[in-house]
Design a protein around this ligand. Sequence first.
Ligand SMILES: [Zn+2]
Length: 184
Amino acid sequence: MKTHKLLFFKIILILYMIISFTLGVCGQSRNVNQSQLIMNTIGKPENPYYSHTDTTKLNLSDAEWKKILPEDLYEVSRHAATERPFTGKYWNADLKGTYYCAACGNELFRSEAKFASTCGWPSFFEQENEKSTVFRKDSSLGMIRIEVLCGRCGGHLGHIFDDGPPPTGKRYCMNSIALNFMPD
Ligand SMILES: [Zn+2]
C-alpha cells in the first residue's frame, strides 16, 4: 500500500514537472512573438512617408530624414552604419511574413527567401520584386563590396554577396534595424 502511494506521488510530481516546463517554454516564446508583433503593428505617425502601398520614389534631404527616423535607424539608413552581428531582432527570426523598409515601408523580402545564415544578420537569397532594392559599388573600409539600397527611399540596407544558397547563390546581408517585419 505504502509503495503504491509513493509511486502515485512520484508520477504526479513528474507530470507536474513536464507540464510546468512545457508551459514555461511555450509561454516564453509566445511572449516574444507577441511583443514583436505588437511592436511591428504600431503605426509610424512621426513618419508621414512610411507606406506599404505607395511606391513613389522619395528624395528627402538628410535633415528631413533625421527629423522623422529614430536615431539608430537614421544612422544605418542614411549613414550606412552597421549593427553589431547577432544583436538585431531578425537575424534568427523564422516567422512567415513580409519584410519592409523600416524607413519608407517599401516591400523588400518575403520570409520564404530568408535562410539561416551564421553571419549574425538577417540573410535572404532574393528580393521581393525588381523595385525592392538597388545596388551601388561600395569601396569603403578598404573592401570592394556591393551595397544594397532601398528601391524607394535609397536608404542603406546592407550588402550583397555571392555565397548564398540556390537558386540564386546570392546573400542579401541586411541590418535588422533597417527592416520592418509584418507577419502574414
Ligand atoms: Zn525605403
